[in-house]
Ligand binder design. Structure first.
Ligand code: FMN
Length: 168
């Protein structure tokens, strides 16, 4: 059972939650949505609002859903869902019904934004800003050559956290 919480009460260490537990980024509608695993991102404050920042490469199917939606959601899971997160990070929704394969139940947040009932923590984010990474702006050129050989620069999305839910 997920309970609505104030984002300020979240006790997670953001480095381990994002970098080690990983996130599922989901967008679309309850009827038609897509999700993907992410281990890069940020939680913070910008323009006086609580925000989540995610980084999505343009070839991801999820990118199309995030582009077409006003909101995206972030779902965090406990360790027992590691196989599901691996699946969502290695298969594309273009080829596999990942949500069905994982056994997730889709729930609607604000504006119908889809997230998963099985999560331990959920953030519903309303898109405020996007920007594609610009190769001219890398100060450490090793990053460009190491991560962007295909020139598939991430699109950065900053979303205002409009709802947060926690298990228990
Ligand atoms: C641990 C992990 C972290 C990932 N982090 C990101 C990320 O932050 N941004 C991104 O664009 N892709 C990331 N990916 C890759 C996508 O999850 C992967 O390409 C996925 O299959 C895309 O699915 P889709 O085509 O259905 O959107 C990550 C994959 C894994 C396994």
């Amino acid at each position: 059972m997920l309970t609505k919480i104030d984002p300020k009460t979240i006790q997670d260490n953001v480095f381990s939650t994002i970098g080690s537990d990983w996130l599922l980024i989901t967008a679309g509608t309850k009827e038609r949505c897509n999700t993907m695993t992410a281990s890069w991102g940020g939680l913070g404050v910008l323009w006086g609002r609580n925000v989540a920042t995610v980084y999505i490469r343009p070839q991801r199917y999820t990118y199309e859903f995030v582009e077409q939606s006003d909101c995206f959601t972030i779902s965090v899971f406990d360790e027992s869902w590691r196989d599901a997160l691996n699946l969502c990070g290695t298969k594309s929704g273009r080829d596999v019904d990942k949500i069905k394969e994982c056994g997730f139940t889709v729930v609607e947040g604000e504006g119908g934004a889809p997230y998963f009932e099985q999560a331990r923590l959920v953030l519903v984010c309303r898109k405020l800003y996007w920007q594609d990474m610009d190769p001219d702006h890398f100060l450490d050129l090793e990053i460009d050559s190491r991560f962007y050989a295909q020139k598939d620069y991430h699109r950065v999305y900053v979303g205002e956290i409009v709802e947060a839910y926690k298990r228990g």
